[in-house]
Design a protein around this ligand. Sequence first.
Ligand code: UDX
Length: 456
Amino acid sequence: MKLTIFGTGYVGLVTGACLAEVGHDVLCVDVDEAKIAGLQQGEIPIYEPGLDVLVQRNHKLGRLDFTTDVRRGVEYATVQFIAVGTPPDEDGSADLQYLLTVAREIGRYMTGNRLVIDKSTVPVGTADKVRAAISAQLAERGLELPFDVVSNPEFLKEGAAIDDFMKPDRIVVGTENEQSRALMKKLYAPFNRSSDRMVYMDLRSAELTKYAANAMLATKISFMNEMANLAERLGADIEQVRRGIGSDPRIGYHFIYPGCGYGGSCFPKDVQALERTASEVGYDAPLLQAVERVNRKQKQKLYQRIEQYFAGDLAGKTFALWGLAFKPKTDDMREAPSRTLMEALWDAGACVRAYDPEAMEEARRIYGERDSLVLCSSAQEALSAADGLVICTEWSEFRAPDFRVILDRLSVPVIFDGRNLYDPELLSEQGIDYIAIGRSNWSPPAPMAAIEGSCA
Ligand code: UDX
């Protein structure tokens, strides 16, 4: 089938590459000329394992092409995906301006029937707005052409997006139109071979499904973080509690890892947007509000523990930071807990020596050159003369470090672990103070003597 995809961001590019990989002919459209020129040369604007190979191979084979020509995109195919960004507005609601611009362009240039597929995460009711925008353009042109708008939300995880797309656990399709359902089934047939993954429903339910899935996952995390905070006060160990509850199949082991808070481009934005949608229909959604509030507090937690450990005296100190990305296998730092931590440390007059396997360029782009941030080329280098190590992201390479090297390099033998990577007993044997999340085997020491330090 021939397919057009508007938006070559994370969702659009992964969708385009995977659909081309199974044999569809895909044209990706974006207004960003530099990005399209780069993609034509095989340059991938984001880090996602396996994406470069897929894009380059399918481009070479002529099944995947890129353009800034919107009209060509609309004319190219009957099936048109909209996968442009829906960033949060100032009030937390999703900003639909890019999406509705694409809808208008489709209405302006379409010449025959079209199936328009909403792939972007959009508030309930958006498909109706897309439909209205297309109809208005057609009316201006004095035309009546058949088209349908379908909701087909994505459930891709950064770092595992290719696998998620190729082996989906469900393909949600929101439309009550039989013809559109049949076309969607044909389009996704290559991904739907072992068992039927298609889940058909009405449009609004499909739109809500995406938000409900992310809000549910965010709720699990905030719940566990709340239990962790409670465990600390009650003298319990959240890691043991986690294993204890995860063994119940109704709860399960997935997504119950406590930590320094969830980040990324989806959970924070989607929980807020859903709250906003709820308030627009007169419902105050107390659970969603709490999920967000718990997460905001949790992101401050590492800083609070550091402040407590050093009795508030952080000016002039330097901290090694392992992990900048909001989670492993990505270079994405959007809403990352590392940012909340670094910014609080800087406000307190401390410096950071940071290392991340993938996000160094992103950190440089966000924060530029500054004295208070040294970007190091290895985890070991970040440790040099630091007044403690802080871990924000659970990259595999941080899981089994040589603790003697850590002890040798740090000026103060303390690890603040936002991801509970280590065994507290082992670290205590090594003579390292280990301050993790929801583990109560540590109580604040007597205020430490001020230690002079600089970023050098
Ligand atoms: C998420 C959804 O998983 C995906 O289905 C949707 O399409 C987009 O949003 P993503 O943002 O890539 O995907 O990240 P995810 O792997 O879900 O993790 C989100 C955040 O939750 C990360 O900051 C992670 O560290 C945190 N997390 C996850 C926890 O703190 N504990 C857990 O147990 C799991």
